[in-house]
Design a binder for this molecule. Structure first.
Ligand code: UGA
Length: 439
């Protein structure tokens, strides 16, 4: 059992803290937000994540998990302090490291015994060298503090599962002492551990995320070509997936990748390369394809219809993927303003993301267009002229082709997630436009 403090209770920090407690460690999660801390103490999670609240309550009741705003008390006698604060993107594509710097300073001023600082947040290669130096510079006590890199590979919506059953644990350290501490912390997880140096660990995170982003953009690029040459992207992906060297995951063409990670990490690596005077052509291409892909459906709709003005437009799904309320870099955020600008009357459905979207686009009139939120896909489709599918929520997938035919005024569907078979839609007399397949 180790005494662990975790800085930041977002996706990365909170899930890590809860999972460490679940594996028997004594964990204190630190956040500056008093209300968030009170919420967590009452057994509620500030983020929507399957299975998380159950583990929070279980480990809190077992006295293995605490929440506090008092970082001094949490850090002073910790064996390891994990940093899981955000590194949002700055306007130039670089990572904003100010949250990490704040935590590093607090650690330097609080620790009273030897301790390992472990950075889980995604940071540009070389950052942890600087974090270590920064801590040394501000350290008040004569204790040993080193910094390790331990990147996180969890995906939103399956965060707890991804952490407890991770494919691999990457630990990037510069000494045997640091490596041993992390080995011990992760021993109860019984997962493959890959010890590397600190800079390689930092790079593994970017290289992994950017590879997946590239894989998606490649499939989107091929999908667009499929449409032009009369091939079907789903059949093409299926045929490719039997090759073990390619694998069967992340081959789904669609409306472009969103979320807080792929868009940010592709831009960050491009920025890192530029700083080194290196042109990272592959990642740049992934970014370009993704930017265009987000509005591909809107362009199809505009070409098909003279105007969207005054039409009732059903929008199914607002979040960047199902299983989350996160809207960051979601295709809906690109398309809704374009539809409103055209004067469309949008009826939007999203089972979880509605509240967040409403903060950006309140219900009512927006110029010549308008937006109304409804609590079922059926209500959105009722008497609609056009439908856009942006997120493959279960509630949306549960609709049959005949639902579109029966509910809509004119069954014209633009599907950014390739949910339906082209043939089934054709048989139900629905005009169906999707990605990389026959219209
Ligand atoms: C991603 C990675 O999958 C995690 O391994 C990583 O830890 C995380 O970023 C991070 O850096 O924190 P996440 O952004 O939660 O996780 O979501 P994904 O499930 O990877 O989906 C990202 C986007 O790609 C979504 O918009 C999704 O719809 C899209 N996608 C995914 C496709 O368009 N096609 C696919 O085949 C797969």
């Amino acid at each position: 059992m180790n005494k662990i403090a975790v800085a930041g209770t977002g996706y990365v920090g909170l899930v890590a803290g809860v999972c460490f407690a679940e594996k028997g460690h004594q964990v204190t999660c630190v956040d500056i937000d008093e209300r968030k801390v009170e919420l967590m103490k009452s057994g509620k999670s500030p983020i929507y994540e399957e299975g998380l609240e159950e583990l929070m309550r279980k480990n809190y009741a077992a006295d293995r998990l605490e929440y506090t705003t008092d970082y001094v008390a949490a850090y002073q006698d910790a064996d390891a302090i994990f940093i899981g604060v955000g590194t949002p993107e700055l306007a130039d594509g670089s990572a904003n490291l100010s949250y990490i710097a704040t935590v590093a300073r607090q650690i330097a001023e609080s620790v009273e015994k030897d301790c390992l600082v472990v950075v889980k947040s995604t940071v540009p290669v070389g950052t942890n060298d600087k974090v270590e130096q920064f801590i040394q510079d501000f350290l008040l006590k004569d204790v040993r503090v080193e910094v390790a890199s331990n990147p996180e590979f969890l995906a939103q919506g399956s965060a707890v599962h991804d952490t407890l059953y991770a494919d691999r644990i990457i630990i990037g350290t510069e000494s045997k002492w640091a490596e041993n501490i992390l080995m011990e912390i992760y021993k109860p997880f019984n997962l493959p551990i890959v010890p590397v140096n600190r800079r390689s660990a930092e790079m593994i995170k970017y290289a992994s995320n950017d590879f997946l982003a590239l894989k998606i953009s490649y499939m989107n690029d091929i999908a667009n070509l499929c449409e032009l040459v009369g091939a079907d992207i789903q059949d093409v992906a299926k045929g490719m997936s039997f090759d073990d060297r390619i694998g069967n995951k992340f081959l789904n063409a669609g409306i472009g990748y969103g979320g807080s990670c792929f868009p940010k990490d592709t831009k960050a690596l491009d920025y890192i390369a530029k700083q080194q005077g290196y042109d990272l052509k592959t990642v740049k291409a992934a970014i370009d394809v993704n930017t265009d892909q987000k509005t591909v459906l809107f362009k199809k709709a505009r070409n098909r219809l003279i105007t969207l003005s005054g039409l009732k437009v059903a929008v199914l799904g607002l979040t960047f993927k199902p299983g989350t309320d996160d809207l960051r870099e979601a295709a809906s955020l690109e398309n809704v303003p374009l539809l409103l600008e055209q004067g469309a009357n949008i009826y939007a459905f999203d089972p979880v993301g509605r509240d967040n979207f409403e903060k950006v686009y309140p219900e009512g009139q927006h110029g010549t267009g308008s937006i109304t939120y409804v609590d079922s896909p059926q209500k959105a489709l009722d008497n609609a002229n056009v439908c856009f599918i942006f997120t493959e929520w279960g509630e949306v997938k549960a609709l049959s082709p005949s639902d579109y035919k029966n509910l809509m005024r004119t069954p014209l569907v633009f599907d950014g997630r390739n949910i339906y078979s082209v043939l089934n839609m054709e048989e139900a007399a629905v005009e169906y436009h999707s990605i990389g397949r026959k219209a």
